[in-house]
Design a protein around this ligand. Structure first.
Ligand code: NAX
Length: 328
């Protein structure tokens, strides 16, 4: 194809944007032969910083990058967009209640959903990174009734990659030997990284590890609290790894997942695995012909059931809260 793909990144002047944009422009998002145009959405106080990032993108002389537009207007940012990475969000600040956080983000994701509905390309694919990612994706999707619901996804891929990395360390296996990882539920501390179905070199991961205490007391909390550990160590939240996960998510969505493998995707539930229909939750998913499909037929043991239910209950709580606030 020679027509450039339009890729919109919101929160482009933020720390995730700073790493992510260069990897997109270098061809790692869509492939080495796909030209693209970047649309950067920011709020007015950050427009100048976004221009600085755009200057650096120019200075990389990326062969695939056919143009950069910078705007504070969602209708301009999403005009004809094919891929929308919704990274910009309102962080929780001291003294902010959960309801305040949800309504501040509703103020961002409602108009963005409306703009995507009105002006995005017919094939638009949306990845929400900004937290609370699952519920922000739900808000955006609710305001885009003309866009198929399965085009709105939330990022579980960083959790997924963290889980793979921890399992590789424990088993001494190479990252590339690990398949069929799943992180279920919410992108939050309640998430459930599942070793029951994961494989290391074709062997069942939970059996290979053979240590349920390690799974419960080390593996799951390490993965679920990794974001806090990064903040503690780096003095800033995960940025390059979050951008890398966003690249992986969209790359696999567009290009497909390898045969026999799957990845973790925050996607709209069709009721699979007892997750209430309409919630955006982490599932095992394969990408076929450019669409995510939930992997069906996995057996859920008692331990996994309780963990999935607890994380899904948190998502139900968030959904009910945004409903009450009139955001969906
Ligand atoms: P930064 O605070 O560095 O950047 C956010 C940027 O968004 C700022 O430049 C801000 O001006 C912009 N912004 C705010 N409102 C906007 C709006 N209405 N339209 C466009 N831009 C807007 O945060 P950063 O570290 O880049 O993180 C961004 C988001 O990713 C946060 O919500 C963060 O919590 C979330 N994360 C999600 C992860 C995931 O796995 N789903 C992991 C990493 C990260 O914590």
């Amino acid at each position: 194809t020679t027509t450039p793909v339009n890729v919109t990144v919101t929160g482009a002047a933020g720390q995730i944007g700073y790493g992510l944009l260069f990897r997109i422009a270098s061809g790692q998002l869509l492939g080495p032969d796909v030209p693209l145009r970047l649309r950067l959405l920011e709020i007015p106080p950050a427009l100048k910083a976004a221009e600085g990032t755009a200057m650096e993108l120019d200075d990389c002389a990326f062969g695939l990058l056919r143009g950069i537009d910078i705007t504070d207007d969602p209708r301009v940012a999403f005009d004809g967009t094919n891929i929308a990475l919704l990274v910009g969000a309102r962080p929780r600040t001291a003294g902010m209640e959960r309801g305040d956080l949800l309504s501040a983000n509703g103020g961002i994701f409602k108009p963005q959903g409306e703009a995507i509905n009105a002006v995005a390309a017919d094939d638009v694919r949306v990845l929400v990174v900004g937290n609370p990612a699952n519920t922000n994706a739900l808000i955006a999707a609710s305001h885009a009734p003309d866009v198929p619901r399965d085009r709105f996804t939330a990022m579980m891929r960083l959790d997924h990659n963290r889980a793979i990395s921890q399992l590789a360390k424990k088993t001494g296996a190479a990252v590339g030997d690990i398949r069929r990882m799943t992180v279920w539920g919410n992108h939050s501390a309640s998430q459930y990284p599942d070793l029951v179905h994961a494989e290391v070199g074709g062997e069942n991961a939970a059996e290979l590890v053979g240590d349920q205490a390690w799974i419960e007391n080390e593996f799951i909390p390490t993965v679920a609290k990794r974001g806090a550990a990064i903040i503690e160590a780096r003095g800033a939240s995960s940025a390059a790894s979050a951008g890398s996960a966003a690249i992986d998510h969209v790359h696999d969505w567009v290009n497909g997942t390898p045969e026999g493998d799957w990845v973790s995707v925050g996607m709209v539930s069709d009721g699979s695995y007892g997750v209430p229909e309409g919630l955006i939750a982490g599932f095992p998913a394969m990408s076929k012909n450019g669409a995510w499909q939930i992997v069906q037929g996995l057996e859920i043991d008692e331990f996994s059931r309780a963990r999935i239910d607890a994380s899904v209950a948190e998502l139900v709580g968030e959904r009910d809260a945004v409903k009450e606030l009139g955001l969906i």
